[in-house]
Design a binder for this molecule. Structure first.
Ligand code: AN7
Length: 363
């Protein structure tokens, strides 16, 4: 009972990840905190899904779609904008497959800073594009993919006035590691396995750091094995070389040359984990399956670790009784086009009368 009360009072007073985890972050009392009260996202137990895939373990979904801009990027962005403001930068810039730009645009608006986002033309999910435009970011779409956009950002470089807020900015990773802290705080331990999608590889790097720091601080008694999954058409870490023309329905992870390549490989090898790849068909099938079985609506990229988990169960890699966590990095409403494709059905149109509706219901 006491634990419940503690959790409830903490949630009521939740002031965002910097306030909550300041002791673990590169901030001081002088840092101006730009926050939208991000973090504190639910850890949802997914028994129906586990049963459906034939597993015998506990699976918890870290539902990062419930952050203020509906993706995990807000954890790193609160810190990136706070530090940019602290050092007196005026403009933030990023390349993005969509979620980073949505988050940067929102936090920049709150900080009163100008935001410039560089996106791969035509390959941004509709919700994410709407967010960047709505928050007033200068939105530039290049005729090229994310890797080309990030190359431009690197070439423009950082100046006194401009702060790069891609995950090549180390404070982004620092902020994102707080998701691992939250998982351990809620479970009261670290999981045995952690699954997540991998694109630019910042998040797997961040989670691994978070789990290690909590372990080193004596907050947990074990480290999880880190399992990251890429889309088969955009799987440079699995294929062992950059992919020049990455392709996948999961536009968030349509990345051919990840910036945190080494961080991802280190996380997988040091944790006795694995970086794998799954097909677009498997991604969309998991995307639909988790919506139908659990009522959890994710964007396609999050289907990658679920599809990876299905493979691991099939291969007998998840022992009975394991505690497994999986990050659902973005909300399903980010990409309504993909959702309608994934659902594989359309509304049934009928005459506006009861009999016609009854007929469709089958009564
Ligand atoms: C929903 O927004 O790279 O491996 O520019 O939006 O840390 O890159 C997004 C990546 C997973 C991959 N899931 O995370 C961007 C961007 C979702 C994402 C990833 C992204 P990283």
């Amino acid at each position: 009972m006491r634990a419940l009360e503690t959790t409830a009072s903490r949630a009521a007073a939740w002031g965002g990840v910097i306030q909550t985890y300041a002791a673990y972050l590169p901030v001081t009392d002088a840092t101006p905190v730009i926050t939208l009260n991000e973090g504190n996202t639910p850890l949802i137990k997914a028994d129906n899904f586990v049963r459906a895939i034939g597993g015998e373990f506990d699976l918890y979904l870290k539902y990062e779609g419930l952050n203020p801009t509906c993706s995990f990027k807000d954890r790193g962005m609160t810190l990136a904008l706070s530090k940019a403001l602290e050092r007196g930068a005026k403009v933030v810039i990023c390349a993005s497959t969509g979620n980073t730009s949505a988050s940067a645009a929102a936090y920049a608006a709150r900080a009163g800073m100008k935001c410039v986002v560089i996106l791969p033309n035509g390959k941004i999910a509709m919700g994410k594009l709407a967010q960047a435009l709505m928050h007033g970011a200068t939105t530039i779409a290049v005729e090229g993919n994310f890797d080309a956009a990030l190359r431009i950002v690197r070439e423009l470089g950082e100046t006194a006035e401009i702060e790069v807020v891609n995950s090549i900015n180390p404070v982004r990773i620092e902020g994102q590691k707080t998701a691992a802290f939250e998982i351990c705080d809620v479970l009261g331990r670290a999981p045995d396995f952690h699954f997540l999608p991998v694109g630019n590889a910042g998040n797997i790097t961040a989670y691994w750091r978070g789990f290690r720091e909590y372990h080193a601080a004596g907050r947990t008694d074990r480290l999880p094995r880190m399992f990251g999954f890429q889309a088969a058409g955009a799987a440079p870490l699995v294929d062992g070389h950059p992919v020049s023309d990455p392709q996948t329905v999961a536009t968030a992870i349509r990345i051919g040359n990840p910036a945190s390549w080494q961080g991802a490989m280190d996380a997988a090898s040091a944790s006795r984990g694995h970086i794998g790849k799954v097909t677009d068909e498997e991604i969309l099938s998991a995307h639909r399956s988790i919506a139908r079985h659990e009522g959890v609506f994710i964007e396609p990229a999050c289907g990658a670790p679920l599809a990876g988990l299905i493979r691991c169960v099939r291969d007998g890699l998840i022992p009975q009784g394991s505690v497994v966590t999986a990050t659902m990095t973005g909300h399903g409403l980010k990409d309504p086009d993909a959702a309608i494709q994934s659902a594989g059905c359309q509304p049934v149109v009928v005459q506006a009368n009861t009999a016609a509706v009854m007929k469709v219901i089958g009564l």
